[in-house]
Design a protein around this ligand. Structure first.
Ligand code: KIV
Ligand code: ZN
Length: 515
């Protein structure tokens, strides 16, 4: 009989700590919706105390997303725990996840606390969290570099104070599968009240061992794995959700463990996270990479044609790969559009729905077939739009082998219409230079990625750009059948987000770090 392993997704918290992966509230909510469809057990929706954006995202997700438990991170500080509770209050299934380091390196150099002081703080915050909510998780940060006897003592004390889950983080990605196995076994034997809590693991991928370490911990008795879509996260990232889930599903007999994940939703989740964060998935990435199911060698192709099992251990359809469904056409009405969006998990307000429907009609005039991916590109674009400081009114470009690339852009800049013409090394360059002058942005363009969403020359093109200003990276998206228009929209979307953040900061808001 297989044990069920709880999947704790931290894409919206640790994943967001990837450089440049900052997400706005609407983007976080759309990922949370997809995570619920994927069937994760817990969504760590953010770190409530860190910013009003995180607070709002956690609050909205806790109130709107049904199914998974919604969790907020909180440092071992009373104000953090109270803030986490305020964000979660009123949600159906909610959890507070609090943490403090237990390694001497962290305690001495960073927290400047003695072991006894850290232990006392851990117990106090767990007790405080417990006064608000039944479901409390505690993490001894940098557990894998902590003294084992002290680690056992802290774990025993927080369980006695009410923690229902104790998470063992390999914060710096330092451990190895065998060592981690023994640590989890040691905790199971050395902590007297361990049967009153679930052991969770949270591995970072600095040595490329996060998935292997997590699987090893499962073999040693861990009941929850913390992971992220596409393995995104701080530095080299976290345990990749899709890899852990498919390892357990494919080798169920070996691990005697499985998860409740709806694996057919894996690919869609991966694409959504990649699009929103602007972090591309490497082509050879296991499970979700573009080449994960591509067989190049003649010998392999021959084997596959005779019997798929010869070279295929996972059916691509089982993770939702290679599947695009034709959904709507030129004559589809607003009702069908809304129903399809709802089936995909989007619940736009009337204004966003109307704007998206207008775009769908324009798209249907240009493109014969419309797929789910097209709808998702349009709706997530509309729902993710912040209040627009800069709005495109019209755009005209000229280019050719004998022509100097020229862009003429008409923008509404803070409600004032202005037009400008400029040149560049290509039309995108001409458009971006012109827009930069018109908006007076001080940001620098760091990444520009174009992707075809569906096949054919009439396919929608999706452009993702990352800009940087004052050390902060922001990602913008645009989708259109014309990639130059998509490029302009993506750039404006990033500049609008920067403008929105700038006005929040002028109003005194700042994001707090983890320590
Ligand atoms: O890596 C880590 O230790 C963390 C904790 C906050 C759980 O992310
Ligand atoms: Zn982490």
């Amino acid at each position: 009989m297989s044990r069920m392993i709880s999947i704790f997704d931290t894409t919206l918290r640790d994943g967001e700590q990837s450089p440049g992966a900052t997400m706005n509230v609407a983007e976080k909510v759309s990922i949370a919706r997809q995570l619920a469809r994927l069937g994760v057990d817990v969504i760590e929706a953010g770190f409530a105390f860190s910013s009003s954006g995180d607070f709002e995202a956690i609050r909205t997700i806790a109130h709107e997303i049904e199914g998974p438990t919604i969790c907020s991170l909180a440092r071992a500080k009373s104000a953090d725990v109270e803030c986490a509770w305020k964000a979660l209050e009123g949600g159906q299934n909610v959890r507070i996840h609090t943490f403090i380091s237990t390694s001497d390196i962290h305690l001495k150099y960073q927290f400047r606390l003695t072991r006894d002081e850290a232990l006392k703080r851990a117990v106090e915050v767990v007790a405080q969290a417990k006064s608000y909510v039944e479901d409390v998780e505690f993490s001894p940060m940098d557990a894998t570099r902590s003294d084992e006897m002290y680690l056992y003592e802290v774990i025993e004390a927080v369980i006695a104070a009410g923690a229902k889950t104790v998470n063992i983080p390999d914060t710096v990605g330092y451990t190895t599968p065998e060592e981690f196995y023994h640590l989890i076994q040691g905790i199971r034997k050395g902590v007297a009240n361990i049967d009153q809590a679930v052991i969770s693991v949270h591995c970072h991928n600095d040595l490329g061992l996060a998935v292997a370490n997590s699987l090893s911990a499962i073999s040693a008795g861990a009941g929850q794995v913390e992971c992220t879509i596409n393995g995104i996260g701080e530095r080299a990232g976290n345990t990749s959700l899709e890899e852990i889930v498919m390892a357990l599903r494919t080798r169920k007999g070996f691990f005697q463990a499985d998860t409740a994940i709806v694996t057919e939703e894996i690919m869609r989740s991966s694409r959504l996270v990649s699009k929103i964060t602007g972090m591309s998935v490497q082509p050879n990435k296991a499970i979700v990479g573009a080449n994960a199911f591509a067989h190049e060698s003649g010998i392999h192709q021959d084997g596959l044609l005779k019997e798929r099992m010869t070279y295929e251990i996972i059916r691509p359809e089982s993770v939702g790969a290679g599947k695009t469904s034709l959904v709507l056409g030129k004559h589809s009405g607003r009702h069908a559009f809304k129903a399809r969006l709802e089936a995909l998990g989007y619940h736009p307000n009337e204004a966003d729905l109307n704007k998206a429907f207008e775009r769908l009609k324009t798209l249907a005039d240009k493109k014969k077939e419309i797929f789910d991916e097209d709808l998702e590109a349009i709706i997530s674009d509309e729902m993710g739009r912040p209040t627009e400081a800069f709005r495109l009114i019209s755009f005209h470009a000229e280019s050719g082998s004998e022509t100097k690339p020229t862009a003429t852009v008409t923008l509404s800049v803070h409600e004032q219409v202005i037009e400008k013409m400029g040149h560049g090394d290509g039309v995108v360059d001409a458009a971006y230079k012109t827009i930069a002058q018109m908006t007076k942005t001080k940001s620098r363009l760091c990444a520009y990625i174009v992707k075809g969403i569906t096949g054919g020359t009439d396919a929608m093109g999706e452009v993702t750009v990352t800009v940087e200003e004052a050390g902060r990276r922001i990602t913008g998206h645009g989708a259109d059948t014309d990639i130059i228009i998509a490029s302009v929209q993506a750039y404006l979307s990033a500049l609008n987000q920067l403008a929105a953040l700038g006005s929040k900061e002028n109003a005194g808001e700042k994001k707090v770090g983890l320590i």
